[in-house]
Design a protein around this ligand. Structure first.
Ligand SMILES: [Zn+2]
Length: 307
């Protein structure tokens, strides 16, 4: 039986390049590629970049974003209020993890209000900077009215499920407040992973996170490690996604509202557990990193998935 896969493309750090013309041109080029193919894109936006500059101070880029959101092809996501490193979580920076709950809620509410005022549309999705958050963030997101948390499998769980007698069951009296849609893969692995999803039963979800430095022609030093995609390669990938039977394309908010039940069926918790198991291998010398990469989930398949 041929399965189906919902692919969510997620771009972080919109307009955060602070005057770097190469980054601006690159960003415009790949946003155009998504628009030309009509492929839905979730765009993580920082309203007050590093606490200094409002996105509204750059009217041209705010207008471009507003126009794209108005078409329905781009779904906005709050990507922190300022994207400042205010705390640490393990080895990673965080704007949220470890902050007092009231401070987290205040940041979420202010960021949401700014984006909604500028864009004239509800903002239901949240992408924590550096993908770091804690349990207090999850509660604050619910209270602030967000519907989907787009982070990583390394974060704490969101679902109101517990593992009992060999399966996930709903915790009594849990309200369904928030859906987790963690990223699972990068641009170079989308096609291969989607093909694997299509070979199995049921619907899988694949969330592809990327940045400007994910492109080989980026001037960002991080591109030396992560810049593995060309603009032409992106265009080919989006064309393939459009044409391939069984592939559905959606923004994070669309996927979360359309498939709240599937995304709350324990698959995200199972993928988190698998990610944690894989991460333990990283400490093993020589082969550890390779094994960790092979074991890490690359999609969110239904229960009893191959990853
Ligand atoms: Zn970011």
């Amino acid at each position: 039986m041929r399965g189906s896969v919902t692919i969510v493309f997620r771009y972080d750090d919109y307009a955060a390049s602070l005057g770097d013309s190469t980054m601006e041109a690159n960003e415009r080029a790949f946003l155009d590629a998504f628009a030309e193919q009509g492929v839905p894109l979730t765009v993580g936006v920082v309203p007050r970049i590093e606490g200094k500059r409002l996105l509204a101070d750059d009217p041209e880029r705010l207008r471009a974003l507003r126009d794209a959101v108005a078409t329905g092809q781009v779904g906005p996501a709050l990507h922190g209020l300022t994207h400042e490193a205010l705390a640490r979580q393990g080895t990673a920076d965080s704007e949220f993890a470890g902050l007092p709950p009231a401070a987290q809620l205040e940041r979420l509410r202010e960021g949401k209000r700014l984006l909604e005022d500028w864009l004239g549309t509800p903002v239901a999705a949240f992408i924590p900077p550096w993908n770091t958050y804690d349990e207090a963030t999850v509660d604050a997101l619910t209270e602030a009215g967000f519907q989907v948390l787009c982070a990583a499998l390394s974060g704490p769980p969101v679902s109101h499920l517990q593992f009992a007698h060999g399966r996930y069951v709903p915790i009594e009296d849990a309200t369904p407040p928030l859906v987790a849609l963690p990223h699972t893969t990068g641009l170079p692995d989308v096609q291969r992973t989607a093909r694997a999803c299509l070979r199995r039963r049921g619907r899988s979800f694949l969330v592809c996170m990327f940045h400007e430095f994910s492109f080989a022609n980026s001037a960002d030093p991080l591109a030396r490690v992560y810049g593995r995609t060309s603009l032409a390669g992106l265009a080919r990938l989006l064309q393939w996604c459009r044409a391939e039977p069984g592939v559905e394309l959606a923004t994070a908010a669309e996927a979360a509202s359309r498939y709240a039940r599937e995304l709350s069926d324990g698959r995200v918790d199972a993928a988190r557990a698998r990610w944690q198991f894989a991460a333990r291998w990283r400490r093993v010398p020589v082969v550890g990193r390779l094994v960790a990469r092979l074991l890490a989930p690359r999609a969110l398949p239904g229960p009893r998935g191959p990853w």
